[in-house]
Design a protein around this ligand. Structure first.
Ligand code: AMP
Length: 542
């Protein structure tokens, strides 16, 4: 017997309907790309998204069309997502920090027909657009008064584009498994791979993301996604925010410490999310200029491992709780969050920080396991590390055009490419990317664990650890350091700082100082480039 409940498809545009109906006056505040702060609410965001959907429909865009955005987090970008979704098209976020040729490659692969772009990136798009024959129209996310001089063809301002529609439109009805969004993985090796979300996966993922043991979002929150919507599906904030009815604070292009501090305090943000590099900038700004964060309750940190020193500074100095998160573009993206279960409620001080270095435990909708290279499951003893595999309704089942098929097995387990261990309470800790793990004498050394400790040295701005060839051990760790301005720690003091905190055989064989550590377009340490930069390095002979 089948159950007798309604078949109510999980569609993304129902999320903005909910926000507009039950939280319609809730603020959406943005630092506009033009400069001034802009204030709107969910009711207006939905109304304008509806105008956009109507206009796209009139121009012949609909189900299955790929429509690209290259934009900061603002109210217009949010409206654009919902307008595209509401007509059945697919939002395709582009990362402007990639090389122009990579962006053109990605746009051609997706065959984007329209591009919504911020003023900041018009010059970049002038280089890219001629290489993308599928592109028919470019909408600049501004009004007529701010339209720039440009060599681009078929260009229109967003405000005049939507002004031609009155909003008397009905969202398109769809199967919930219809493609909703696309985001390409950063592709540090080989071509980028397209991840294609469904309406259903986005809705289920947002429902999981706002639970108490995840982001714990409510209508009383003021959420600021500093993480751009173009990074890994914007960590779901464009859906989990409106679904919870919280106010949204959109930081626009202001990504430096001073701008983040200004908007956090002025707009009384209660929860915010970004990669560690952003928080390092904020903390360094506050160390220099002073300040406090009286309204901020939680800061979500993920995208790369959150160093212990950042957690400690937020919690001990500013009274803000750190939520360490792990995920991937392929997982919509949230996979685990390090919230405190009752088993660990007694932890305080250094012991609690030890827990928070872990990436945490998954919500309902994510299953995980660790295996060895022969796919045998490994024990959850907080020591044994292996390949981290996941599955669930918001995890990719394949990549666009069938690329990377070897990462998926017959039982739907997706090999994340991360190496991790899990403790008996289900807390996962990433020890490395599979390709970055250091293999010393047949044993594995976690580069991330050493980096996290080294960055806690008071004179260190950033740290990376890579494996370098060694005649006896195969590979040994090399510690690469960027020092804080005006500091000059000795190699010895750095190594002494690590002594006793890691196993003796994990101790780096040497330390090198560099001016800069290369980063990927999403702010992660780019180990391939760093290894390349140091390819002539050899360990001193013992
Ligand atoms: P992306 O799809 O660009 O977000 O990259 C996903 C990858 O980022 C993961 O597979 C991890 O290697 C890394 N990552 C994300 N969050 C964390 C974290 N909290 N700690 C360590 N690595 C992370």
């Amino acid at each position: 017997m089948l159950g007798m409940m309604q078949d109510w498809p999980l569609l993304c545009h129902k999320v903005i309907d909910h926000a507009a109906t039950y939280h319609g006056q809730r603020e959406v505040v943005s630092r506009s790309v033009e400069g001034p702060f802009h204030r709107t609410n969910y009711a207006q965001v939905r109304g304008r998204a509806m105008q956009l959907a109507q206009r796209l429909d009139r121009d012949g865009y609909g189900v299955g069309d790929r429509i690209a955005t290259m934009a900061w987090n603002t109210w217009r970008h949010l409206e654009t997502w919902y307008g595209i979704l509401g007509v059945g098209s697919i939002y395709h976020t582009l990362n402007p920090r990639l090389f122009p040729d990579q962006i053109a490659w990605i746009m051609n692969d997706a065959e984007d027909r329209v591009l919504f772009v911020d003023l900041t990136f018009v010059k970049l798009v002038e280089v890219i657009a001629p290489k993308v024959p599928s592109l028919e129209r470019i909408v600049i996310l501004t009004d007529d008064a701010h339209m720039p001089e440009t060599s681009l063809q078929n260009v229109v301002s967003y405000e005049s584009y939507i002004a031609e529609a009155d909003g008397d439109f009905a969202w398109v009805d769809l199967d919930e498994r219809t493609a909703a969004g696309m985001c390409y993985t950063s592709g540090t090796t080989g071509d980028p791979k397209g991840v294609v979300y469904t309406h259903r996966s986005n809705v289920l993922h947002a429902m999981a993301a706002l639970q108490p043991d995840m982001l714990n979002l409510s209508s009383r929150d003021r959420l600021m996604p500093v993480v751009p919507l173009f990074h890994a599906n914007g960590w779901s904030t464009a859906f989990s925010g409106p679904m919870s009815g919280c106010a949204m604070v959109m930081p626009g292009a202001g990504m430096d410490g001073a701008s983040i501090y200004e908007i956090l305090t002025q707009e009384k943000v209660t929860i915010t999310a970004a990669v560690p590099t952003i928080w390092l900038m904020l903390l360094q700004h506050m160390e220099k200029h002073g300040g406090s964060l009286p309204d901020l309750k939680r800061v979500v940190i993920g995208g790369s491992a959150c160093p212990r020193a950042i957690t400690q500074a937020f919690q001990d100095t500013y009274g803000v709780e750190v939520i360490h998160a792990w995920g991937m573009t392929e997982m919509s993206p949230l996979g685990t969050i390090c919230s405190v279960k009752p088993e660990y409620a007694h932890l305080e001080g250094a012991d609690k920080l030890d827990l928070q270095v872990k990436q945490g435990h998954p919500p309902f909708t994510v299953e995980m396991k660790i295996t060895d290279d022969e796919n045998q499951e490994l024990p959850w003893d907080a020591k044994t590390f292996g390949r981290l595999k996941v599955r669930g309704p918001a995890v990719s089942s394949s990549y666009y055009k069938g690329r990377g098929a070897e990462q998926f097995d017959a039982e739907n387990w997706f090999d994340t490419g991360d190496v991790a261990h899990v403790d008996p309470h289900g807390y996962m800790q990433i020890t490395d990317r599979a390709k970055d793990v250091i293999k010393s004498g047949g044993e594995w050394i976690s580069s991330i664990e050493i980096e996290n400790l080294a960055v806690g040295h008071p004179e260190v701005a950033e740290a990376a650890v890579i494996g370098v060839a060694h005649p006896k051990w195969d590979e040994r760790p090399l510690l690469v350091i960027v020092v804080k301005e005006g500091q000059s720690p000795s190699k010895q003091s750095l190594l002494e700082f690590l002594e006793g905190k890691i196993a003796h055989w994990w101790m780096p064989n040497d330390v090198v100082f560099v001016d800069e550590i290369p980063h990927t377009a999403t702010g992660k340490i780019q180990k391939t480039a760093l290894r390349e930069q140091l390819r002539d390095y050899a360990f001193p002979i013992d």
